[in-house]
Design a protein around this ligand. Structure first.
Ligand SMILES: [Fe+2]
Length: 192
């Protein structure tokens, strides 16, 4: 993982306000994030091959704050997941996600990461980092970082009031299903 920038205290406060006010949270059902409360942003990604894409929270003010941060680091997200509290055990993000993911950290936590894929793409076994490089980075709030979400990653020592926003672009594997869903279900969004 690599920390790309640090957002200001004012921006952190505004983001936390928007997250607290505009989201309808649900408790995480995944067994790797017990008790975490979260909301998908823009679209809810399918976590299994046979599941559909769904429309998620599309609060314009919150998403434009996020896009502004993305612009600073040259990343245009297509969907995100906002969450508060809760640790996440080591996992890789599912097939909907392209390799490069962005994290916006808004509180105290430790981000664990095991680098195996050296770049933001698939690589055969012989080209993987070997032995893998494990890092645990203490974060305090405001860090914006990139990581390969197909490498194992996790969080520990999560403050119960810590918000996190994870952002992705859609993988090539899911691209056509995602585009088809957007055209069928949210045609007005295509014109923006
Ligand atoms: Fe993840």
């Amino acid at each position: 993982m690599k920390i790309l920038t640090q957002i200001s205290e004012t921006k952190i406060k505004n983001l936390v306000r928007l997250l607290s006010e505009r989201l309808k949270l649900s408790t995480d059902v995944s067994n790797y994030a017990p008790g975490r409360r979260r909301s998908w942003l823009q679209y809810e990604a399918p976590l299994g091959a046979t599941l559909p894409w769904r429309k998620a929270n599309q609060d314009g003010e919150l998403w434009s704050e996020i896009l502004e941060i993305g612009k600073e680091i040259g990343f245009t997200p297509e969907l995100g997941l906002a969450s508060i509290g809760g640790t996440i055990s080591p996992h890789r993000d599912a097939a909907y996600a392209d390799y490069k993911a962005i994290g916006i950290n808004l509180g105290g936590t430790t981000f664990g990461y095991e680098k195996a894929y050296p770049e933001y793409r698939w690589a055969p076994q012989a080209q993987l980092v070997n032995p893998t490089e494990v890092s645990e980075t203490d974060l305090v709030g405001g860090e914006v970082y990139e990581f390969n979400c197909k490498n194992l990653h996790w969080t520990t020592k999560v403050s119960p009031t810590r918000w996190a926003i994870n952002l992705w672009q859609v993988s090539n594997k899911q691209r056509s299903q995602y585009e088809t869903f957007k055209e069928k279900v949210c045609p007005t969004l295509m014109m923006q």
